[in-house]
Design a protein around this ligand. Structure first.
Ligand SMILES: Cc1cc2nc3c(=O)[nH]c(=O)nc-3n(C[C@H](O)[C@H](O)[C@H](O)COP(=O)(O)O)c2cc1C
Length: 158
């Protein structure tokens, strides 16, 4: 695609407001990792399914597409720092004080909710893959969401 057309597309895509999630997991060498994701979408209630999209160029692509299970954490408006840090290339390691480890996986502290997910289907599409996952467990926690709009983080109420 031409550069200008690509820039225009980025601009119009950025005008759609989303929440911000962090997908967390233990990698094959035992590291506790997370990646910032705003392509998360609820997909189906019965059966319970969600989807998100992963860039094929991500250094984590092989690791993530081979995962059986992971957690999707819905970040709060107080968690811009975590969203920023987990969006850095080559720097996806979670700090010990950022998460708790439970039977279902790694849960980011003070997120406003989480879903425990397991791999269902991966669909190749353009420069991303669509990852469809079963929802096995979930928890709602109080708080307001972190919003991403116009290439920047926002709060819902301001
Ligand atoms: C707000 C926000 C949302 C993002 N959403 C996605 C996403 O849905 N899918 C994705 O593959 N990368 C997404 N990214 C990019 C990754 O978080 C991260 O920057 C990228 O994976 C870094 O490259 P690496 O994976 O090679 O380390 C997002 C980044 C930001 C800041």
């Amino acid at each position: 695609m031409l550069d200008k057309a690509n820039k225009d597309l980025r601009s119009i895509f950025s005008k759609f407001a989303t929440g911000v999630t962090a997908v967390t997991f233990k990698d094959s060498s035992g590291l506790n990792l997370g990646i910032t994701v705003n392509s998360y979408t609820s997909l189906s209630l019965d059966p319970p399914l969600i989807l998100w999209c992963l860039d094929k160029d991500s250094d984590l692509y092989e690791e993530i597409t081979n995962l059986d299970n992971y957690i999707i954490n819905f970040l709060s408006e107080e968690q811009r720092d975590i969203a920023n840090s987990l969006a850095q290339k080559n720097d996806h390691i979670l700090n010990e004080d950022q998460f708790i480890s439970i039977d279902q996986g790694l849960v980011i502290k003070d997120s406003i909710g989480w879903l425990s997910c397991s791999k269902n289907q991966i669909i190749d599409s353009g420069d991303h893959s669509i990852l469809i996952a079963d929802v096995n467990d979930s928890k709602i926690i109080e708080g307001y969401p972190l919003i991403f709009w116009g290439s920047d983080y926002r709060s819902l109420l301001r």
